[in-house]
Write a protein that binds this ligand. Structure first.
Ligand code: AMP
Ligand code: MG
Length: 406
């Protein structure tokens, strides 16, 4: 059986040949979360001219405290001073306004005394002070962002500063998703038979997919019927870049997914030394990559978090990003058997001595409330057994639980 690292590596290597190549242009206001398809080059200088970094006075020359200048006009943002500035003269200037060509420095307004049409410096002002030079940050022709960048709000700010209205991005992946299980009922319907439960996984998987550059093809709920499953898989394998299914990958009598994928496509890997989520099928059907998640909701979630999301990002042509791993002390003993790498649902919090982590609840893989109360996964290595309070463990935070992110 593969380790989690081996499986991740196997997925990475296989998907290198499955990256989205098709591109399109989208308006800048829809570019958030999309993957840049070309290098972006600045076609302007930033700043576009020499501008003031302060509200104050642009001086014709550097000068010492007690020097006197006569005020001959003003330069405000969007409305530069148009005359000439002679020795001994100054122009009132606002932050971001163009510094007149003849001026050598800007003095902050807090460092002058205004007396009618003149100012008296209360501090020295050296050559070049408080002037942001044209092109100081970026020059026309500079590359600013590269192919594979997942565009965030700061990137949108940068592109808007360059006046770029249409952004070349890779097209969204088409990802099909369906759940299987005769015990399942679509959310919104009324439970009527004993043992019926709601199809909760599909809602969660779609919620995770909405954060990615993905067009979701929701194929709903399919019965535990090998023929129906084959029809759905064959269709998805024709139309989509990836297919995700929930349920039916264990070894029970009604677990048909593995059999159906074997019949129609190929299974690259099955089972991984991971808890929860040991049965995890990675394969292909038609032109699509296939991910078969187990039905247990928490197993499904962990499979999405650790394996499918990064795989889809790679397929979407996003550059690989480092996984943010914190190393925190446990604030309690945990139960853990040797053999499989365990991703326990944890709560990390600020304790008396800094950040620490503990268990979110009991660790069974059907505990949806436990998952919802977690703010991280605690990543316990295969060989570790029953770690005790104080042990330093690896933690993967869930970003949506912390403020200050973008
Ligand atoms: P399976 O992997 O199909 O053997 O399912 C394992 C467990 O997960 C069973 O208890 C199922 O009832 C449950 N399960 C399967 N699919 C879903 C789903 N879509 N939503 C919620 N629970 C599920
Ligand atoms: Mg099932």
């Amino acid at each position: 059986m593969l380790s989690v690292d081996e499986l991740q590596e196997r997925i990475r290597a296989t998907l290198a040949a499955h990256q989205q190549q098709e591109q399109e242009h989208v308006p800048l206001d829809q570019a958030q979360g999309r993957i840049l398809a070309q290098e972006m080059i600045s076609n302007v200088n930033i700043p576009p001219a020499d501008v003031s970094a302060m509200d104050g006075y642009a001086l014709a020359e550097a000068a010492q405290a007690d020097s006197v200048f006569s005020v001959i006009g003003e330069s405000i943002a969007g409305k530069p001073f148009e005359g000439a500035v002679q020795a001994g003269q100054t122009v009132r200037i606002m932050t971001g306004a163009v510094v007149p060509a003849q001026c050598r420095c800007v003095i902050m307004q807090e460092h002058v005394r205004r007396e009618a049409d003149r100012i008296v410096l209360t501090k020295d002002c050296r050559e070049g002070a408080n002037i942001r030079r044209a092109g100081e940050e970026l020059r026309g022709g500079d590359a600013v962002l590269y192919t594979g960048r997942c565009l965030n709000a700061a990137d949108i700010l940068l592109l808007a500063s360059l006046g770029i209205a249409q952004v070349p991005v890779f097209k969204k992946l088409r990802v099909a998703i369906f759940s299987t299980g005769d015990e399942l009922l679509a959310v919104g319907e009324t439970l009527s038979r004993e043992g019926q439960i709601y199809d909760s996984n599909r809602a969660m998987i779609c919620a995770l997919l909405r954060r990615l550059p993905v067009e979701i093809v929701d194929m709903g709920l399919i019965a535990d019927d090998i023929e129906a499953i084959k029809v759905a898989l064959a269709q998805a394998g024709q139309d989509c870049d990836a297919v995700i299914t929930s349920g039916g990958v264990s070894v029970g009598d009604y677990d048909f997914l593995k059999m159906a994928v074997e019949a129609l496509g190929e299974i690259h890997t099955y089972k991984v030394k991971m808890k929860p989520g040991k049965p995890f099928v990675f394969g292909k059907i038609g032109r699509a990559v296939y991910f078969g998640l187990p039905g247990n909701p928490v197993s499904s979630y962990v499979g999405m978090n650790r394996l499918v999301n990064p795989a889809l990002r790679q397929m979407a042509h996003a550059q690989a990003l480092p996984d943010l791993v914190l190393h925190l002390p446990l604030n309690q003993d945990l139960k853990k058997g040797a053999g499989r790498r365990d991703f326990q649902r944890g709560v990390m919090q600020m304790g008396a001595k800094g950040w620490e982590v503990g268990s979110a609840s009991r660790q069974d893989s059907h505990r949806v409330h436990g998952l919802s109360s977690a703010n991280c996964l605690i990543d316990l290595p295969e060989e570790m057994e029953n770690p005790t309070a104080g042990t330093i463990v690896a933690v993967h935070p869930f970003f949506s639980h912390f403020s200050g992110g973008d």
